[in-house]
Design a protein around this ligand. Structure first.
Ligand SMILES: C[S@@+](CC[C@H](N)C(=O)[O-])C[C@H]1O[C@@H](n2cnc3c(N)ncnc32)[C@H](O)[C@@H]1O
Length: 251
Protein backbone atom coordinates (compact mmCIF):
# COMPACT_ATOMS: atom_id res chain seq x y z
CA UNK A 1 0.00 0.00 0.00
CA UNK A 2 1.58 3.29 -1.13
CA UNK A 3 1.22 6.30 1.13
CA UNK A 4 -0.56 9.31 -0.31
CA UNK A 5 1.45 11.38 2.15
CA UNK A 6 4.95 10.44 1.00
CA UNK A 7 5.44 12.68 -2.02
CA UNK A 8 8.77 13.23 -3.66
CA UNK A 9 10.50 16.41 -4.80
CA UNK A 10 8.86 19.80 -4.40
CA UNK A 11 5.62 18.26 -3.07
CA UNK A 12 7.31 16.52 -0.13
CA UNK A 13 6.54 19.21 2.48
CA UNK A 14 2.95 19.60 1.29
CA UNK A 15 2.30 15.86 1.80
CA UNK A 16 3.87 15.89 5.28
CA UNK A 17 1.94 19.01 6.25
CA UNK A 18 -1.35 17.44 5.14
CA UNK A 19 -0.47 14.28 7.10
CA UNK A 20 0.07 16.08 10.42
CA UNK A 21 -3.07 18.20 9.99
CA UNK A 22 -4.96 14.94 9.57
CA UNK A 23 -3.47 13.02 12.52
CA UNK A 24 -2.77 15.85 15.01
CA UNK A 25 -5.56 14.94 17.42
CA UNK A 26 -4.66 11.24 17.52
CA UNK A 27 -0.88 11.61 17.27
CA UNK A 28 -0.05 11.22 20.98
CA UNK A 29 -2.39 8.28 21.50
CA UNK A 30 -1.09 6.41 18.43
CA UNK A 31 2.51 7.02 19.56
CA UNK A 32 1.71 5.37 22.86
CA UNK A 33 -0.07 2.44 21.23
CA UNK A 34 2.38 1.72 18.40
CA UNK A 35 5.47 1.92 20.63
CA UNK A 36 3.70 0.38 23.64
CA UNK A 37 4.70 3.48 25.57
CA UNK A 38 8.39 3.07 24.79
CA UNK A 39 8.69 6.40 22.91
CA UNK A 40 8.45 8.03 26.34
CA UNK A 41 11.57 6.14 27.46
CA UNK A 42 13.53 7.11 24.30
CA UNK A 43 12.47 10.74 24.71
CA UNK A 44 13.60 10.66 28.34
CA UNK A 45 16.99 9.40 27.12
CA UNK A 46 17.24 12.45 24.86
CA UNK A 47 16.38 14.79 27.74
CA UNK A 48 18.91 13.03 29.99
CA UNK A 49 21.61 13.64 27.35
CA UNK A 50 20.64 17.31 27.18
CA UNK A 51 21.11 17.55 30.95
CA UNK A 52 24.55 15.98 30.71
CA UNK A 53 25.60 18.45 27.99
CA UNK A 54 24.29 21.35 30.07
CA UNK A 55 26.18 20.32 33.18
CA UNK A 56 29.40 19.84 31.18
CA UNK A 57 28.99 23.21 29.47
CA UNK A 58 27.97 25.10 32.59
CA UNK A 59 30.87 23.70 34.59
CA UNK A 60 33.10 25.66 32.16
CA UNK A 61 30.82 28.62 31.49
CA UNK A 62 27.75 29.21 33.72
CA UNK A 63 25.53 30.86 31.06
CA UNK A 64 21.86 30.05 30.25
CA UNK A 65 21.60 27.04 27.94
CA UNK A 66 19.43 27.65 24.85
CA UNK A 67 17.73 24.87 22.94
CA UNK A 68 16.02 24.86 19.56
CA UNK A 69 13.58 21.98 19.21
CA UNK A 70 12.78 21.44 15.53
CA UNK A 71 9.61 19.65 14.40
CA UNK A 72 8.21 20.01 17.93
CA UNK A 73 4.80 18.60 17.04
CA UNK A 74 2.60 18.26 20.11
CA UNK A 75 5.53 19.31 22.26
CA UNK A 76 6.79 16.18 24.06
CA UNK A 77 10.47 17.14 23.81
CA UNK A 78 10.18 20.92 24.19
CA UNK A 79 7.92 20.56 27.23
CA UNK A 80 10.10 17.90 28.87
CA UNK A 81 13.14 20.15 28.38
CA UNK A 82 11.34 23.22 29.73
CA UNK A 83 10.37 21.18 32.80
CA UNK A 84 14.12 20.74 33.37
CA UNK A 85 14.50 24.55 33.25
CA UNK A 86 16.07 24.79 29.81
CA UNK A 87 15.23 27.80 27.65
CA UNK A 88 13.52 26.28 24.62
CA UNK A 89 12.21 27.48 21.28
CA UNK A 90 9.91 24.87 19.73
CA UNK A 91 9.32 25.11 15.98
CA UNK A 92 6.82 23.33 13.77
CA UNK A 93 4.97 24.15 10.55
CA UNK A 94 1.72 22.48 11.59
CA UNK A 95 -0.60 24.89 13.41
CA UNK A 96 -2.74 21.91 14.48
CA UNK A 97 0.19 20.09 16.15
CA UNK A 98 1.48 23.30 17.77
CA UNK A 99 -1.96 24.18 19.10
CA UNK A 100 -1.90 20.94 21.13
CA UNK A 101 1.67 21.66 22.30
CA UNK A 102 0.73 25.16 23.44
CA UNK A 103 -2.36 23.91 25.27
CA UNK A 104 -0.32 21.26 27.10
CA UNK A 105 2.38 23.78 28.01
CA UNK A 106 -0.14 26.37 29.24
CA UNK A 107 -1.55 23.82 31.70
CA UNK A 108 1.94 23.48 33.21
CA UNK A 109 2.75 27.23 33.33
CA UNK A 110 6.31 26.68 32.22
CA UNK A 111 8.68 29.57 31.86
CA UNK A 112 11.42 29.78 29.22
CA UNK A 113 9.37 27.99 26.56
CA UNK A 114 8.44 29.68 23.28
CA UNK A 115 6.82 28.40 20.12
CA UNK A 116 7.17 29.40 16.51
CA UNK A 117 5.04 28.22 13.61
CA UNK A 118 7.44 27.91 10.71
CA UNK A 119 8.85 25.60 8.11
CA UNK A 120 12.38 24.56 9.13
CA UNK A 121 13.68 25.89 5.82
CA UNK A 122 12.11 29.34 6.27
CA UNK A 123 13.47 29.86 9.79
CA UNK A 124 15.51 33.03 10.11
CA UNK A 125 17.63 32.60 13.22
CA UNK A 126 20.96 34.17 14.13
CA UNK A 127 23.96 31.97 13.48
CA UNK A 128 25.77 30.43 16.48
CA UNK A 129 22.85 31.06 18.85
CA UNK A 130 21.92 27.66 20.34
CA UNK A 131 23.77 25.34 22.71
CA UNK A 132 21.68 22.35 21.68
CA UNK A 133 19.34 21.55 18.79
CA UNK A 134 16.94 18.64 19.16
CA UNK A 135 14.73 17.03 16.55
CA UNK A 136 12.64 13.99 17.45
CA UNK A 137 10.94 12.07 14.65
CA UNK A 138 11.39 15.15 12.49
CA UNK A 139 14.49 14.73 10.32
CA UNK A 140 12.94 11.79 8.41
CA UNK A 141 10.09 14.09 7.35
CA UNK A 142 12.23 16.86 5.90
CA UNK A 143 12.55 17.30 2.14
CA UNK A 144 16.27 18.08 2.07
CA UNK A 145 18.09 16.45 4.99
CA UNK A 146 21.64 17.62 4.08
CA UNK A 147 20.37 21.22 3.89
CA UNK A 148 18.61 20.88 7.26
CA UNK A 149 21.85 19.58 8.81
CA UNK A 150 23.76 22.53 7.32
CA UNK A 151 21.26 24.98 8.84
CA UNK A 152 21.52 23.23 12.20
CA UNK A 153 25.29 23.54 12.03
CA UNK A 154 24.97 27.29 11.40
CA UNK A 155 22.49 27.85 14.25
CA UNK A 156 24.60 25.99 16.80
CA UNK A 157 27.25 27.72 18.85
CA UNK A 158 30.78 26.29 18.52
CA UNK A 159 30.84 23.37 20.95
CA UNK A 160 27.04 22.99 20.56
CA UNK A 161 25.37 19.64 20.13
CA UNK A 162 22.61 18.24 17.91
CA UNK A 163 20.42 15.30 18.94
CA UNK A 164 18.19 13.44 16.50
CA UNK A 165 15.77 10.80 17.73
CA UNK A 166 14.14 8.74 14.99
CA UNK A 167 13.37 5.33 13.58
CA UNK A 168 16.47 3.42 12.56
CA UNK A 169 17.28 0.49 10.30
CA UNK A 170 18.16 -2.69 12.19
CA UNK A 171 20.82 -5.08 10.88
CA UNK A 172 19.68 -8.16 12.72
CA UNK A 173 18.37 -10.72 10.20
CA UNK A 174 15.51 -11.81 12.46
CA UNK A 175 14.48 -8.37 13.68
CA UNK A 176 14.68 -6.69 10.27
CA UNK A 177 11.75 -8.52 8.54
CA UNK A 178 9.71 -8.52 11.74
CA UNK A 179 10.12 -4.75 12.12
CA UNK A 180 9.29 -4.25 8.43
CA UNK A 181 6.10 -6.30 8.75
CA UNK A 182 5.11 -4.47 11.92
CA UNK A 183 5.38 -1.09 10.13
CA UNK A 184 3.76 -2.40 6.95
CA UNK A 185 0.84 -4.36 8.37
CA UNK A 186 0.21 -3.49 12.02
CA UNK A 187 0.90 0.24 12.38
CA UNK A 188 -1.46 1.26 9.49
CA UNK A 189 -4.28 -0.48 11.37
CA UNK A 190 -3.90 2.08 14.19
CA UNK A 191 -4.19 4.83 11.57
CA UNK A 192 -7.29 3.16 10.12
CA UNK A 193 -8.98 2.65 13.49
CA UNK A 194 -8.18 6.05 14.99
CA UNK A 195 -7.86 8.42 12.01
CA UNK A 196 -9.93 6.41 9.49
CA UNK A 197 -6.86 6.53 7.25
CA UNK A 198 -4.45 3.58 7.07
CA UNK A 199 -2.22 5.49 4.63
CA UNK A 200 -1.49 8.10 7.29
CA UNK A 201 0.47 5.43 9.14
CA UNK A 202 1.87 3.48 6.18
CA UNK A 203 3.75 6.77 5.72
CA UNK A 204 6.21 5.73 8.45
CA UNK A 205 7.55 2.84 6.39
CA UNK A 206 7.58 4.88 3.16
CA UNK A 207 9.52 7.71 4.80
CA UNK A 208 11.89 5.27 6.52
CA UNK A 209 12.70 3.60 3.19
CA UNK A 210 13.90 6.98 1.88
CA UNK A 211 15.64 7.97 5.12
CA UNK A 212 19.41 7.47 5.48
CA UNK A 213 18.86 6.37 9.15
CA UNK A 214 21.63 6.04 11.74
CA UNK A 215 24.58 5.33 9.45
CA UNK A 216 23.62 7.74 6.68
CA UNK A 217 22.76 10.53 9.12
CA UNK A 218 26.10 10.02 10.85
CA UNK A 219 27.91 10.35 7.50
CA UNK A 220 25.97 13.52 6.64
CA UNK A 221 26.81 15.00 10.05
CA UNK A 222 30.53 14.35 9.54
CA UNK A 223 30.40 15.67 5.97
CA UNK A 224 28.86 18.92 7.26
CA UNK A 225 31.72 19.40 9.70
CA UNK A 226 30.38 17.92 12.94
CA UNK A 227 32.70 15.91 15.17
CA UNK A 228 32.18 13.39 17.99
CA UNK A 229 29.31 11.83 16.05
CA UNK A 230 27.59 8.61 17.02
CA UNK A 231 24.29 7.10 18.07
CA UNK A 232 22.62 5.09 20.80
CA UNK A 233 20.56 2.27 19.35
CA UNK A 234 17.38 1.09 21.07
CA UNK A 235 15.48 -2.14 20.37
CA UNK A 236 18.15 -3.55 18.09
CA UNK A 237 18.58 -0.33 16.07
CA UNK A 238 14.89 0.13 15.21
CA UNK A 239 15.10 3.41 17.11
CA UNK A 240 18.20 5.62 17.33
CA UNK A 241 19.37 8.70 19.17
CA UNK A 242 22.10 10.33 17.07
CA UNK A 243 24.44 12.97 18.46
CA UNK A 244 27.13 15.25 17.05
CA UNK A 245 29.12 18.27 18.19
CA UNK A 246 30.00 21.42 16.28
CA UNK A 247 33.76 21.83 16.81
CA UNK A 248 35.05 24.72 18.89
CA UNK A 249 36.72 27.56 17.00
CA UNK A 250 40.30 28.24 18.05
CA UNK A 251 42.03 31.37 16.80
C1 LIG B 1 6.44 12.85 13.89
S1 LIG B 1 6.15 14.48 14.41
C2 LIG B 1 7.28 14.66 15.74
C3 LIG B 1 6.72 15.49 16.87
C4 LIG B 1 7.56 15.51 18.14
N1 LIG B 1 8.90 15.99 17.92
C5 LIG B 1 7.62 14.15 18.79
O1 LIG B 1 8.73 13.64 18.98
O2 LIG B 1 6.58 13.59 19.12
C6 LIG B 1 6.94 15.39 13.13
C7 LIG B 1 6.61 16.87 13.16
O3 LIG B 1 7.47 17.53 12.21
C8 LIG B 1 6.74 18.60 11.65
N2 LIG B 1 7.40 18.96 10.40
C9 LIG B 1 7.61 18.16 9.32
N3 LIG B 1 8.24 18.82 8.35
C10 LIG B 1 8.45 20.07 8.81
C11 LIG B 1 9.08 21.22 8.27
N4 LIG B 1 9.59 21.22 7.05
N5 LIG B 1 9.15 22.33 9.03
C12 LIG B 1 8.61 22.35 10.28
N6 LIG B 1 7.99 21.29 10.84
C13 LIG B 1 7.92 20.16 10.12
C14 LIG B 1 5.33 18.07 11.50
O4 LIG B 1 4.38 19.10 11.40
C15 LIG B 1 5.18 17.24 12.77
O5 LIG B 1 4.57 17.97 13.81
Amino acid sequence: MKSTYYLSGAERAEGVHRLFVKIAHHYDLINDIQSMGAHRIWKRRLVAKAEIYRSLKQSLNPQPFHILDLCSGTGDIAIALAKKRFKVLGVDFSAEMLEIAKKRASQLSLSGLEWKESDVYSLQLPHSSFDLITCAYGLRNLADIPLAIERIYQWLKPGGVVLFLDFGKPNNVVLKPFFHLYLKLVVPIFGLLLCRDAKAYSYILDSLEHYPAQKGVDELLRKTGFSETGWDAFVGGTMCLSHATKPMEFS
